[in-house]
Design a protein around this ligand. Structure first.
Ligand SMILES: Cc1cc2nc3c(=O)[nH]c(=O)nc-3n(C[C@H](O)[C@H](O)[C@H](O)COP(=O)(O)O)c2cc1C
Length: 176
């Protein structure tokens, strides 16, 4: 099935995953900002990747406005992947019926805009004002990592998405 990977990112992690997915699937790759509905018309399947901000997948609405056919989603965030997060994440983004995958990216503090840094530092300050023992695992992660630069991206996670597409179609799609 003719497939396109479309992505939007901020500091490079989503772009890296989009390249990995497109290489594995041997398919075309577009930036969301550059692709039109007309361009996407010929693809029966679009794999969309967006970075996560405040729990929301960026670019999702723009993508939905450009895609007429079937799409699946991968989200890239700084948080570790945890069991049980997926359902809440899908619900928050209105993706209950859409296959959705989460890939661990990282944080490139030096590439963020001043506004983005300020937003995260404000969040950190709020978390600091709470009793640490009462914070969730995700809140603790942000408290300990906002302001740092780290890369948790890994090609390993990508096979979950490519395996899903293969099993759905009962045929091998990925590059050997
Ligand atoms: C303002 C802001 C809010 C963020 N919110 C989240 C979040 O809710 N969950 C998460 O996992 N990561 C969050 N992140 C981290 C990014 O999603 C993470 O750095 C991701 O790897 C960025 O991908 P990119 O390099 O493609 O932009 C946030 C980052 C910024 C700057």
């Amino acid at each position: 099935m003719l497939t396109a990977v479309v992505f939007t990112g901020n500091t490079g992690f989503t772009e890296k995953y989009a390249n990995w997915v497109a290489n594995q699937l041997k398919c075309d790759l577009f930036r969301l900002e550059d692709v039109t509905a007309e361009d996407l018309k010929k693809y029966p399947l679009v794999v969309f990747g967006g970075w996560v901000k405040g729990g929301y997948i960026q670019g999702l609405q723009e993508l939905q406005g450009k895609v007429r056919g079937k799409y699946i989603v991968f989200a890239v965030g700084a948080l570790p992947k945890r069991d049980g997060d997926a359902a809440r994440f899908k619900e928050k983004n209105g993706l209950q019926d859409i296959p959705t995958f989460y890939f661990e990216g990282g944080l490139r503090w030096y590439r963020l805009t001043e506004g983005q840094k300020a937003a995260l530092l404000m969040y950190k300050e709020t978390l600091q004002s709470f009793d640490y023992r009462k914070l969730s695992a995700n809140e603790r992660f942000f408290l300990n990592n906002i302001g740092r630069t780290f890369d948790h991206s890994s090609l390993d996670g990508v096979s979950e998405l490519t395996d899903f597409l293969e099993s759905e179609r009962g045929q091998k799609l990925t590059a050997d």
